[in-house]
Design a protein around this ligand. Structure first.
Ligand code: 13P
Ligand code: SF4
Length: 310
């Protein structure tokens, strides 16, 4: 089937099966177009918890679909490619994290949503890049904190909250790859462009950013800023919604370290999903996210604490 036929069939299947397609901003354009809702990790978790659709097709990565299942266990949650992981989640194995946590028995654990259900079950709070700073700031100053698994987001939070935290040594392979020198060269060519970045980027890049925020907040910033051009330091999939919402603004992706061919950076995990895999998974109702009930219950608590946080 070609692209148009796939879109037509997916649309038919969505109605026939009472299914909803939730997509992250890093998904390929056609998937964003066929989705019922496109958003950042926080928006998508909220949508997943509220939907009364029988099937949730999660066009994102594994930890996102798993969070949807934790929040709404009576729905069938499908992920078009079960191998769509995340370097942050993969870089924080439960046994190693358990041993790490045991070294700091009086610390409260705040984890970034980009981790497995097992890590969430060992956490007091889950957060996303949208609410991490407010959550950290709400914790009494005397209370020591472990933050995992993203050390770059962790450093950004330390800098902006003034709180010392113990950090797990993890990072996002995509956001770590942005090249600051290439960013400077771009800025010379576009001196009026504002630099906007995701907090998963390294500190050496974030310190030059005019704005730092989650994917949704970056889109909002572009729509509200008086600037006409932006140097965008996050996964290239976001450019689709950004350009759609702000067709007159100029959006320039920040190049990555090893990048000789194209100017953009893509998450190989996010891009494992395709329109064809989305169609097949909706048709076959597989691959499906399953989670053991005890684990789900304990991972749910810190996620609910986050969602109840205004
Ligand atoms: P957002 O919550 O900002 O959408 O980030 C998700 C993510 O995986 C960033 O790499
Ligand atoms: Fe994980 Fe980075 Fe991909 Fe986001 S962009 S899903 S943090 S590897």
């Amino acid at each position: 089937m070609n692209k148009a036929e796939l879109i037509k069939e997916i649309t038919k299947l969505k109605i026939a099966k009472n299914a909803v397609v939730l997509a992250h901003y890093y998904q390929e354009e056609a998937i964003q177009e066929v989705a019922d809702f496109v958003g950042d990790s926080l928006d998508l978790s909220r949508r997943a918890s509220e939907t009364d659709a029988d099937i949730i097709v999660f066009a994102g990565v594994h930890f996102m679909a798993e969070t949807a299942k934790i929040l709404n266990p009576i729905r069938k949650v499908l992920l078009p490619d079960m191998n769509a992981g995340c370097s942050l989640a993969d870089g924080c194995p439960p046994e190693a994290f358990k041993a790490f946590k045991a070294k700091y028995p009086d610390h409260l654990v705040v984890t970034y949503i980009n981790c497995s259900a097992e890590i969430k079950s060992m956490s007091d709070y889950v957060c996303t890049s949208s609410n991490a700073l407010s959550i950290i700031q709400s914790i009494p100053k005397k209370q020591p904190i472990i933050f995992a698994p993203d050390k770059n987001l962790g450093r950004y939070l330390i800098k902006n909250s003034g709180r010392e935290m113990v950090l797990w040594d993890g990072s996002c392979i995509v956001h770590e790859a942005f090249n600051v020198e290439k960013l400077f060269n771009l800025k010379k060519k576009h001196p009026k462009a504002e630099i906007i970045a995701h907090p998963e980027c390294k500190e050496e890049l974030l310190k030059f950013a005019d704005f730092v925020g989650s994917t949704s907040k970056m889109i909002k910033y572009v729509s509200e800023s008086a600037a006409e051009a932006f140097l965008v330091a996050t996964e290239a999939g976001i450019l689709h919604q950004m350009q759609k919402e702000m067709p007159t603004k100029s959006l320039i992706p920040v190049p990555i370290e090893e990048d000789n061919s194209c100017a953009c950076s893509e998450c190989a995990y996010m891009k494992m999903n395709s329109l064809e895999k989305l169609y097949n998974c909706l048709l076959m109702e597989s691959p499906e996210i399953k989670i053991e009930e005890d684990l789900r219950q304990s991972a749910l608590k810190p996620i609910e604490r986050m969602l109840s946080f205004a």
